[in-house]
Design a binder for this molecule. Structure first.
Ligand SMILES: C[S@@+](CC[C@H](N)C(=O)[O-])C[C@H]1O[C@@H](n2cnc3c(N)ncnc32)[C@H](O)[C@@H]1O
Length: 240
């Protein structure tokens, strides 16, 4: 058993929570495979704070996979490619982009575990740079998934803060959404309220694409409904 803290800013400095030794009981194997809605995922219970899958996204993952058949899916900030592998299993053609080679390698293992092969791409790059290049090439995606961290520092020291940069993020992503495509944007940023988040994102997109419609997403999974900082999420359909 490993104890996690909800808010890392209050983590003890002594490293106890980083130590893989369980506080009590037997340690589980360092790698286990779990099954979520018939998709297998490799979980590493002792690999830092994140074990390989964000369970609060499971209904969103299922929803996006359900519309992915025959679609080109861009999973930005893909982490271990959870959205990608679920979408690929339903017939989507996926591109996963993440700054971290380690997480993309983990993502490739998730593809192998589910015996998904084919034209799926894994790109180690800053999403903003990837989106700029994709736009230049005229590359478009039917589904674009944005689930960025609240804060990150890129290889060249470039800082991303969702609170400050979300508008630029949405605008960069918009440029690679195909006509009638879907944009999904979620965040755990603790300073936003859900209604306000959805309204602001929709208003921002409608500045450029006034006919954009919001799509109803599934509710939060019941085990996360009382979370202190619930996942915020919106999906929109672009209309030309
Ligand atoms: C919150 S996790 C994403 C979780 C993932 N969407 C999922 O559902 O499993 C954030 C990920 O964004 C990546 N990341 C952070 N900054 C990035 C950037 N500028 N461009 C691309 N990836 C980035 C991190 O390496 C990390 O894997």
């Amino acid at each position: 058993v490993k104890e996690f803290v909800v808010d890392r800013s209050h983590s003890p400095e002594d490293g106890r929570l980083k130590d893989p030794t369980p506080f009590w009981g037997e340690a589980s194997p360092p790698e286990i495979v779990i099954n979520e809605n018939l998709v297998k995922f490799l979980i590493r219970p002792y690999d830092g704070y994140s074990t390989g899958l964000f369970l609060d996204q499971r209904l969103n993952r299922e929803f996006l996979a359900s519309i992915a058949s025959g679609k080109r899916v861009l999973n930005a900030f893909s982490y271990t490619c959870g959205f990608s592998v679920a979408s690929a299993l339903r017939g989507g053609e996926t591109v996963s982009v993440d700054l971290s080679q380690k997480y993309l390698d983990w993502g490739k293992k998730n593809f192998e575990l589910n015996a998904v092969f084919g034209a799926h791409k894994f790109i180690t790059e800053d999403f903003f740079e990837y989106a700029r290049r994709a736009e230049k090439r005229g590359e478009k995606f039917d589904i674009v998934i944005l689930d960025p961290p609240s804060f990150s520092r890129g290889h060249k020291g470039k800082v991303f803060s969702v609170g400050k940069n979300w508008r630029a993020l949405v605008e960069a992503a918009e440029k690679v959404v195909a006509p009638n495509g879907t944009l999904f944007f979620s965040s755990n940023f603790s300073q936003w309220e859900e209604d306000c988040f959805r309204r602001q994102v929709l208003l921002e997109i409608r500045k450029r694409k006034p006919a954009t419609e919001e799509i109803r997403l599934p509710p939060q999974p019941t085990d996360f409904q009382k979370a202190e900082h619930p996942l915020l999420a919106i999906a929109v359909k672009f209309r030309e």
